[in-house]
Design a protein around this ligand. Structure first.
Ligand code: CP
Length: 321
């Protein structure tokens, strides 16, 4: 009888998980393999590798998927979890980000999961606390665990990432998901394209080494994955698009535009979706073509692998950064 190979817990080269940029291909594969193992055993007891650890979810921006899946992931691995949202914290009384973090640090958590509207906030915190930091989305910068769960969803569906054509479409300028996915999917050998009006591209797009399309049908032509992004109005200045109706006509994904993609192309969206703005409901809910709910499911397994990796890495280094 052959013994099933269980991918080991990952040891990261750094104390924190702040982004995908700079991550080695080996670490990417190791995290995805470990997350895939957890995805296969989500309903079973798994080794309690976070027993005795305290995880604090520190969210300065709204979240449903990321916050809940980090909590579930931590609990499945045996950790204690505290959830802190800005609305109920002393940030509302004027306490700064660093003061909030150093206050929490005095209570000796092991891992802080941080979401913040400012790019670089998790990195700033990492200089002021003893705990390991996971970036749960910072401004327009990165959302590393979202990219990892997207890659896991793709790998489990297609059996590979290398050689796939992936179109990431919509509000690229304000998207941390687009940036992290470019680093991760591109780093694993996918051909990544950005499809967007020029008003929704970041200024330094020319330096990012990605092909750009301003026409939706041309951009998604022959692609295996069409990943739609929300218009992130909370980070916009107001003049980037004409009306939402006009935006949908030009850049919204519907059945007609989707015909240009590869015959077995799959649809992805990190959520939350704005139906009728960037994606038609019929497409979003098409279980034959849409991986959107699968992405949410993979979020728990991915975050289990990441939390475990940080805990293991810090134990291996004796807690020294
Ligand atoms: N994809 C994502 O980050 O969703 P939430 O804002 O709901 O966490």
């Amino acid at each position: 009888m052959t013994k099933t190979h269980i991918p080991p817990a990952v040891i990261l080269p750094s104390k924190h998980l702040l982004g995908i940029e700079g991550m080695s291909q080996m670490t990417m594969h190791q995290l995805l393999d470990r997350a895939s193992y957890f995805a296969d055993h989500l309903q079973e007891d798994v080794p309690q590798t976070l027993k005795g650890q305290t995880i604090v979810n520190l969210f300065f921006e709204n979240s449903t998927r990321t916050r809940v899946s980090f909590e579930l992931a931590a609990k499945k691995l045996g950790a204690s979890v505290l959830n802190i949202s800005v609305a109920g914290s002393s940030v509302k009384k004027g306490e700064t980000l660093v003061d909030t973090a150093t206050t929490l640090n005095a209570m000796h958590p092991d891992i802080l999961v941080v979401r913040h509207h400012a790019s670089g906030a998790p990195q700033l915190l990492s200089q002021h606390v003893d705990a390991a930091i996971i970036n749960a989305g910072d401004g327009r910068h990165e959302h590393p665990t979202q990219a990892l769960l997207d890659a896991l969803t793709i790998k489990r569906r297609f059996g590979r990432i290398e050689g796939l054509r992936v179109a990431i479409c919509g509000d690229i300028a304000n998207s941390r998901v687009a940036r992290s996915n470019l680093y991760l999917l591109g780093g694993l050998g996918a051909e990544v394209r950005f499809v967007s009006p020029s008003t929704l591209l970041p200024p330094a797009i020319g330096d990012m080494g990605v092909s750009i399309y301003h026409d939706m049908t041309e951009g998604i032509r022959d692609c295996d994955i069409v990943m739609m992004l929300r218009l992130q109005t909370e980070r916009m200045e107001g003049r980037e698009t004409p009306s939402q109706h006009e935006y949908f006509n030009l850049f919204g994904l519907d059945a007609e535009k989707l015909e240009a993609a590869a015959p077995k192309a799959m649809i992805m969206h990190p959520g939350p979706m704005n139906r009728g703005v960037e994606i038609d409901s019929e497409i979003a809910d098409d279980h034959e073509r849409s991986l959107i709910q699968k992405q949410v499911e993979m979020g728990v397994a991915t975050r289990m692998a990441c939390l475990e990796a940080l805990a293991m890495s810090n134990q291996a280094s004796g807690g020294v950064s």
